[in-house]
Design a protein around this ligand. Sequence first.
Ligand code: SF4
Ligand code: SF4
Length: 580
Amino acid sequence: MPEEAQSIKRPQRWDVPFWNESAEFEIAPMTEEEVDRLLQIPLFRQMDPTRFPKNTSLRDILLNDGRVRKFRKGDIIVRQGDYGNSAFIVLSGTARVVLDKLSDRVTGRQEPVRKSAFSAFAQWWQNPKLPEVRHLGVKSPEREAGHTDIIARTDPAVFVQDMNVIIKDKRTVDLPAGELFGEIAALSRTARTTTVIAGAESEMLEIRWQGLREIRLHAPEFKDYVDRLYRDHSLKNHLRETPMFSHLNDETLARVAAVTEFLTFGKFEWYATFTKIRETTAPDRIQKEPVVAQEGHYPNGVYLIRSGFARLSETFNNGERTVSYLGRGQIFGFEEVALNWMKKSDLPFQRTLRAVGYVDVLFVPTPVIEQHVLPGMPESELPKPQPVSIDKRSQRRSHDKIPPEMMEFIVERRFINGTATMIIDMDRCTRCDDCVRACAATHNNNPRFLRHGPIEDHFMIANACMHCQDPVCMIGCPTGAIHRDSTHGRVVINDLTCIGCATCANSCPYDNIQMVTARSTDGRPYYDQATNQPIQKAAKCDLCSTQITGPACANACPHDALVRMDMRNVDKLADWLKQR
Ligand code: SF4
Ligand code: SF4
């Protein structure tokens, strides 16, 4: 190390404990005495502390990943549709779970306001000439001679007045002290399925997802408890929504649900190692992915993807090639199980299923499918009995249409995550930059993507937010500034509540968030009053959420070179690629 180099301490996971993380509200520090009290509640008392590693003891998890929050009667604790990174345990009072949807007005959710055609047009002349101009806060008298403006923080807490009137015709369930809620959204990065309101003056222990996962890992009774909650509250609904179970009556569905297993493969924090993995060779990467089910093995059941992604591959020459990918709601293994039942054959799995990063699956064993699902299944839902090469037909269609190199490219780099991935046909693109200018024009003269990115064949995946199915950028945003909008599920940033911590930019595996310095109308940067550092804001594509005509980039391209593609629709992707 050179003489003059300055050594700094590498940041650690618990440098900022959960109670000290929030910019939204004041929370009392978590003390050893408080943790003693928490360890006495039945859920924690039954756990064996010796199962936890020394550097992540249960005590330390509660101390650093837990915080005790107080709510007034009527305070919204979690909102349906929001993405959460924590779960709650009721310590005192009650949590009222509202099973029916509440209006956005009640929950304080704001829809993005769309501009009229006239104001969208007028914006071209009204945009500031300087980049990243904001009208933040008030001018500071202390800095009149200097170059800064000061920002006041906002308090986004929402309170439901007249709670009893508002929920009188809604279905609700009261959770008393000791009950856990919010764990499914926290553990699977999916949206909260219900709104929960404090039913009285209440105290809740909030645990962030990192701590929850540690507890789940080291305390089998906690995992069983969480699984039981899921089984009791959500599993039947989940199965009912899946076409292969839709013909089952309540009683049969309950039998299937009772024996369904929850399996997890890969690492939930897959984005943390993604950059490193990207540097290795494709065969190496495939071999390192955890196998969910193996080609050639006996089909022991059907796998239903609950969250995350899985790669379908088959042996090819001396290695494996990617055939397709599966995401939430898709099924693996049904054809083999059904054909064996119909033909009394013993066809093995025709492909291998692997976790791409991380995948959560529901597993229904073959005997259960044979006994409860197949006998009453409409014929149209059953696979057509054919010779052995049948087998590969369901994903063969897309495989045939998408060149194997392209399929590898989009799976390897996990572009499969995108619901609005920007793909540019470089053979048609003339580099005129009309797309970038149109983007800038709709965002106060600030382009929100880079016409730059990895290329396969003549297709570029540009550095534009893909509005992911699994938006890992949202994990850890301390203010919830980066969130999904409630109606369309676009990942958007609330510029007012963004505190510029860059957690999202560091988490996005695709480098699609830029941190920009906010400036006043005369181009001077804003500075933080406390630290004297420039105020940063996270910026990225918002799919032109304020424009009635949708994304300006795609509309502006005069050469039909640019598309925003939902990667879940493999057939549509294949068709678009093929037409080029
Ligand atoms: S910012 Fe990155 S991780 Fe987040 S939705 Fe966009 S592309 Fe996905
Ligand atoms: S920089 Fe990103 S993570 Fe930090 S507050 Fe802003 S949106 Fe949230």
